[in-house]
Design a protein around this ligand. Structure first.
Ligand code: ADP
Ligand code: ADP
Length: 232
């Protein structure tokens, strides 16, 4: 479902070249959860941002559900991005919109009519357990509730892939467990393929089928959770 081949990303910082990703290849089969783990500065954010081309790889290809995103014109890319939801460490909700308004936004932007939007948003709020908060503003929600809104919003366009960028790093341990449980449930019931990045081993141990370890822009190891975390 996600096929990254020989991704290299070089940043040019006023003439100084910094190789953030060095020839990274990773395949995530449909319906699986893959975690990329690594220290701060290892290249995790850059890697996950390359998957939906928020960051353009210097070289290499990004194939999502059989389509090569790196070869698309901007307009087609916008279309294909609907297949890729994303959630973030700091939620990135719009503070001027209610819970309902945040989740409805992608549907409004896609021109979905009001009745269908309402039906879809209500379903999503039910899925993430926030039906009773539909008219609250983000400022009045807990961190866990904000991430639930962000998850509902990410699912609004019925993506095939969900990218999670340190999605539990701003949450306390109990809330982290609850959000991971929700992500696993979404993966299982909707069949969504998940790629997540984290610096927390517990996160990958808890929900990932497969783990890749990134260090200084290179994937240095990958395998099942038991392979990566076994202590021979
Ligand atoms: P094999 O043992 O045939 O080499 P793999 O080691 O590639 O197979 O995969 C073992 C299991 O892990 C399979 O269920 C496969 O679907 C899954 N898997 C492989 N790569 C990933 C990945 N990047 N993310 C999530 N799951 C994966
Ligand atoms: P991680 O998410 O693992 O902490 P990042 O992907 O954020 O790592 O960063 C990897 C390297 O790329 C770091 O050295 C970082 O400073 C650099 N980097 C990331 N984004 C940019 C950018 N937009 N411009 C220049 N350098 C960047």
């Amino acid at each position: 479902m996600i096929k990254l081949t020989n991704i290299t990303k070089v940043f040019d910082i006023s003439g100084n070249k910094l190789t953030a990703l060095n020839n990274v290849s990773l395949n995530v089969p449909k319906g699986k959860i893959c975690g990329v783990i690594g220290a701060s500065g290892a290249g995790k954010s850059t890697l996950i941002r390359c998957v939906n081309l928020l960051e353009k790889p210097t070289s290499g290809s990004v194939i999502i559900d059989g389509k090569d995103l790196t070869s698309l014109a901007d307009r087609q890319l916008i279309q294909e991005r609907r297949n890729i939801g994303m959630i973030f460490q700091h939620f990135n909700l719009l503070s001027s919109r209610t819970v309902y308004g945040n989740v409805a936004l992608p549907l409004e932007l896609a021109g979905v009519n009001k009745a269908q939007t309402r039906e879809k948003v209500n379903k999503l709020l039910d899925l993430v357990g926030l039906t009773d908060k539909y008219d609250a503003y983000p400022a009045n929600l807990s961190g866990g509730q904000k991430q639930r809104v962000a998850i509902a919003r990410a699912l609004a366009s019925a993506p095939k892939v969900l990218l999670c960028d340190e999605a539990t790093s701003a949450l306390d341990p109990a809330t982290t467990q609850a959000i991971l449980k929700l992500l696993k449930e979404i993966n299982r019931t909707l069949g969504i393929t998940i790629l997540l990045i984290t610096h927390e081993m517990d996160v990958v141990k808890r929900i990932c089928d497969h783990v890749a370890v990134i260090d200084q822009g290179k994937l240095i190891e990958q395998g099942s959770v038991s392979e990566i975390f076994s202590n021979p």
